[in-house]
Design a protein around this ligand. Structure first.
Ligand code: FES
Ligand SMILES: [Fe+2]
Length: 377
């Protein structure tokens, strides 16, 4: 899993005043909508005794109070009240948790999970359809018991469509994938791929006049975890943006926004969601059974052909970022038959921004290698 990226962690409409727990990179966060409408994302780990702030409540203007002993934290992570202390006793400098930069864009809440200063942060993927009034959006989510890179690669993999999806999305009589060009930069990779469309059926049948021999499908990935599928049907465009949120290394929360510029009335939403759901259930079966569960680090561990070019590009780029120290593993360690979770966090930008606070952090950080994290100094 990669740190130092903007992660789309939740649909905007799902974040309200009530604090909630969200999970990403094997890490829990508390998220809530502040009085001023902005969203706060903090590490869900109270520095006192590891209470889950997400079980706490909002107090005062905009603070979250830990459910265990009531320590109160501001949205920037500083603790401003320790109820058990006499009123004239100061708050220790170390009484702070990591708070993460947040941007709301394209109907998603994006949290920057890493400690890079603003100017060094990779971009948020561009989703032009979101603000285009000719498109209508539907929202979908499900959890898959598989690694997020396996689920990501599945979406950019055109060759699986006729086998896994049959005629739902693909043409089993024409499985060939013509060679395609990659269009790539540091953070994204896309390709226009010619595919044979599925036989016309269901609601779409009436929309087809002359069924084309081939349609252009744009497949692409955007680091760290977004994949796009853009199908140009003769009667309009359908796009799926698929956010593969790593809950842990082997569990993925998939959130999808599906856009279409045909049948844009509300009554067609249900059908659009059903199509997404059907395709995902077909993918689930194969992806949950893939071995090894985690995407191999070594390119030669699996055999690639020309039509796998998007996945190969991803694996190459990911290797560069691992060498840069952006990889975080899973901190869940199983001891005997009792799972044990370590109290470590993703470092937030405040750790670099305030060198004078260098020692003012209770929780150790994750990433930058396989060092045992969370052990005593
Ligand atoms: S554990 Fe949070 S206040 Fe004690
Ligand atoms: Fe699929």
């Amino acid at each position: 899993m990669l740190k130092n990226f903007w992660y789309a962690v939740e649909f905007s409409h799902a974040v309200q005043r009530q604090p909630r727990k969200i999970t990403c990179l094997g890490q829990d966060f508390v998220v809530w909508r502040r009085r001023n409408g902005e969203v706060a994302v903090l590490s869900d780990l109270c520095v006192h005794r590891g209470g889950a702030l997400s079980m706490g409540k909002l107090v005062g203007d905009d603070r979250i109070a830990c459910p265990y002993h009531g320590w109160e934290y501001e949205p920037d992570g500083t603790c401003v009240k320790i109820p058990a202390n006499p009123v004239d006793r100061g708050i220790p400098k170390k009484a702070r948790v990591d708070a993460y930069p947040v941007i709301e864009r394209y109907g998603m809440v994006w949290a920057f999970l890493g400690d890079l200063p603003e100017e060094q942060r990779p971009p948020i993927p561009h989703i032009p359809e979101h603000d285009d009034p000719s498109y209508r959006a539907v929202y979908f989510e499900t959890t898959i018991e598989a690694n997020y890179e396996r689920t990501m690669e599945n979406v950019v993999d055109a060759a699986h469509a006729p086998f896994v999806h049959g005629t739902a999305f693909g043409n089993p009589d024409k499985p060939q994938i013509p060679d395609f060009e990659l269009s790539q930069d540091e953070w994204r990779c896309e390709a226009d791929i010619l595919m044979s469309p599925p036989p016309a059926k269901g609601r779409w049948k009436r929309l087809y006049k002359d069924k084309p021999e081939q349609v252009v499908v744009t497949n692409g990935w955007y680091l760290p975890n977004v994949v796009k599928l853009h199908v140009r049907l003769p009667f309009g465009d359908m796009l799926l943006y698929d956010f593969n949120i790593p809950l842990t290394q082997d569990r993925t929360l998939i959130k999808i926004i599906g856009y279409r510029n045909f049948l844009t009335s509300k009554w067609a939403d249900k059908n659009a969601v059903q199509r997404i759901s059907k395709i995902l259930e077909q993918d689930r079966v194969v992806v949950e059974a893939q071995r090894p569960e985690l995407l191999p680090f070594d390119l030669s561990a699996e055999l690639h052909i020309r039509s796998d070019a998007l996945q190969v590009a991803y694996r190459r780029r990911r290797r560069e970022l691992i060498e840069r120290g952006w990889w975080v593993g899973d901190d869940d360690v199983v001891t005997g038959d009792v799972p044990r979770r370590r109290a470590t966090v993703i470092p937030s930008p405040a750790r670099r921004d305030n060198p004078e606070l260098a020692r003012a952090w209770v929780h150790k950080t994750r990433g930058g290698g396989d060092e045992p994290a969370g052990d005593t100094e």
